[in-house]
Write a protein that binds this ligand. Structure first.
Ligand code: BTN
Length: 270
């Protein structure tokens, strides 16, 4: 498989919104790398910088998990937004904005019916194709930067036994390899558009409809796993700040904070 380079990525992008693209063949984690470079990006007055790697040796997942990151097949990237004009409390919603952008881009560029499992997993045929992890450094009041780490399973066709029923790739679902640059470019273009919408209201109000259209949990039973308890309910949508609305059997609706609980569908991964 051809290497993805900063040059090939730049060529595929139809926009100049991303000011700088860095690429490495191998890195511990593009999130850690972006954090290391953030200071010099701030000094250079950059707003938007992309970090891409062909392979990660210590890919980070949510809840302290490891993100398996073999070479040459997938996309591991971190989008670094410097001094974003948002309040720190709203930054977590950018994870949902990225999830939406990935699902839209996969539909457009690979023609596959990707959906979203709340809050930000992108799913095809009941299995995960993308994970997103967002980090932030807060300055005096505003974030100094927000880094959005995105891993998309593109052309990997072999998964270790423990991932086989949970993970899939665009290539497996499509029945052939996809162009990593093309899909990634569409993700970034969608993100640019969605992020601009987000900035208008500082929340997901303008994106909520589209997000809910792609939300696989919508009107489905979900099991909410909390620290010491479990409950069932029906997912009814999201709030403008990205909480999941869950209706219990008495008709009462609760807002579930992202990160506070895990939501599992009853019978499948979704
Ligand atoms: C999840 O657990 O669903 C989130 C996975 C996030 C993986 C991506 S790959 C690029 C970036 N660098 C990392 O170390 N993690 C994120």
């Amino acid at each position: 498989m051809k290497h993805m380079t900063a040059k090939s990525m730049r060529k595929a992008l139809k926009t100049k919104w991303i000011e700088q693209i860095y690429q490495k063949d191998s890195v511990d984690s593009t999130l850690t790398w972006a954090k290391e470079e953030a200071e010099s990006c701030l000094l250079a007055n950059r707003n938007t910088v992309l970090f891409l790697a062909d392979k990660q040796t210590a890919g980070k997942g949510r809840f302290g998990r490891v993100w398996d990151s073999p070479a040459g097949e997938n996309v591991y990237m971190t989008l670094l937004l410097l001094r974003p004009p948002i309040e720190p409390v709203n930054a977590a919603s950018l994870t949902l904005v990225m999830g939406l952008s990935v699902a839209q881009a996969v539909r457009e560029s690979a023609g596959l019916l990707a959906g979203i499992k709340w809050p930000n997993d992108v799913v095809l045929a009941g299995k995960k194709i993308c994970g997103i992890l967002t980090e932030m450094r807060i300055g005096k009041e505003k974030p100094e930067y927000v880094s959005i780490g995105v891993g998309i399973n593109m052309n990997q066709t072999d998964y270790p036994p423990e991932l086989q029923d949970k993970a899939t790739s665009l290539a497996l679902q499509k029945g052939g390899a996809v162009c990593r640059e093309e899909v990634t470019a569409r993700v970034l273009e969608r993100f640019e558009e969605n992020y601009k919408c987000f900035l208008k209201t500082q929340d997901l109000s303008l994106l909520k409809n589209e997000y809910e259209n792609l939300l696989l949990n919508l009107n489905q039973q979900v099991r909410i796993l909390e620290k010491d308890s479990e409950s069932l309910g029906i997912a009814r949508g999201i709030t403008a700040s990205g909480e999941l609305l869950v209706e219990d059997e008495k008709g009462a609706v609760r807002q579930i904070l992202s990160g506070e609980v895990s939501v599992r569908g009853l019978y499948s991964y979704v």
